[in-house]
Design a protein around this ligand. Structure first.
Ligand code: ASN
Length: 338
């Protein structure tokens, strides 16, 4: 049986080609993708292409585009077996993370991919990324989708989307999931590590919850940071503090006073680590005690991209019972180690 895949093209380098007169990159008409990659016809699935009217560099992606993609998948959920999103690489981890929170109880694959070099380039990585992503997006066994979550496929690796970070602007191997194993690898054989795949614990129906609040701020501390700057953190509903190692911060009375003041005015403080591997462990060092004192939320081993989009999704979301902190510490869809 030929599986049906909906390919949503949002922009990024993958859909660009060099204008040989000017030397600059420009978007090409993605409706013609089959002419650019005739090999696509050899894949055992039926592909429908939905290109964004105005393809964007992924630095222009945000809540409007995230909601559009989530709802477009929602509207077409019953008509397709899998979904492939072609996306610029710079913010792909944010989109993958937010979609994992918006697309509830997924039972079908959602794969994001892109490329470091444009599709027309002689050394492009776009073809392999696109073709193997199509393979994963249409992979079924016993009439059930093998992948039932939002993933990124890039440079021979299938990764859990909400665990990824773009760690290289140079290498083809641009993404990592330091706190979660690779879900699948493409070598001579294409494999999937089934034990690591996400499975919903309930039989609840698929649904889209596109709630997003933008009253979230991300603040990275550093040694020598002027405490006057620290005291000027704007009044936001959620502050994500990226602190040292396993959860430490400069231990001065002003630090405690400032954070306590924010808490008193109702700001939720989420603490995540500057280390990309491992995570927060309050109480390990006395320099993390401030956080326990003020009732901060531990982000544990979540990525910055996931923490930001999870906070945006949960803040003031009427579809969640319980308060922000209770929901934030829950593992919603594989984004944090339990
Ligand atoms: N600036 C591009 C983007 O994120 C980078 C890429 O796709 N390789 O849209």
């Amino acid at each position: 049986m030929k599986r049906k895949v909906l390919l949503i093209y949002t922009g990024g380098t993958i859909g660009m080609e060099k204008d040989y007169e000017t030397g600059s990159l420009q978007a090409f008409d993605f409706g013609n993708i089959f002419q650019k990659i005739p090999e696509m016809k050899l894949i055992e699935c039926e592909v429908s292409v939905y290109p964004f009217k105005k393809p964007v560099d992924s630095s222009d992606m945000g809540p409007k585009e995230w909601k559009f993609i989530a709802n477009h998948i929602g509207e077409n959920y019953d008509n397709y077996d899998g979904f492939l999103i072609l996306h610029g690489t710079d913010t792909m981890s944010y989109t993958a993370s937010v979609l994992s929170f918006m697309l509830k109880n997924l039972k079908k694959p959602v794969i994001l991919t892109g490329s470091q070099l444009p599709i027309g380039d002689l050394r492009t990585d776009a073809k392999e990324n696109l073709l193997t992503s199509l393979y994963y997006a249409s992979l079924y066994e016993n009439n059930e989708a093998v992948i039932q979550e939002v993933t990124i496929y890039f440079e021979y690796k299938l990764l859990r989307g909400n665990r990824t970070l773009k760690y290289s602007a140079e290498f083809f191997d641009a993404y990592q999931t330091p706190n979660y194993p690779v879900l699948g690898q493409s070598g001579v054989h294409l494999n999937v590590k089934k034990d690591y795949l996400w499975r919903n614990k309930t039989d609840d129906q698929f649904m889209v919850d596109d709630h997003i609040s933008q009253d979230v701020l991300f603040w990275r501390i550093f040694p020598g940071m002027h405490l006057n700057h620290f005291t000027q953190i704007p009044n936001v509903k959620v502050l994500i503090l990226q602190v040292f190692g396993s959860g430490t911060i400069f231990n001065t009375p002003k630090t405690l006073k400032t954070l306590q003041m924010l808490r008193d005015q109702g700001t939720e403080i989420v603490v995540i680590s500057q280390c990309v591997s491992g995570g927060i462990s309050f109480g390990k060092y006395s320099n993390s005690n401030i956080f326990t004192k003020i009732g901060a939320i531990s982000g544990h081993d979540i990525t910055a991209e996931s923490a930001i989009t999870k906070a945006m999704h949960l803040l003031d979301n009427p579809n969640y019972e319980g308060n922000f902190a209770e929901n934030f510490v829950r593992n919603l869809c594989g984004e944090v180690t339990e």
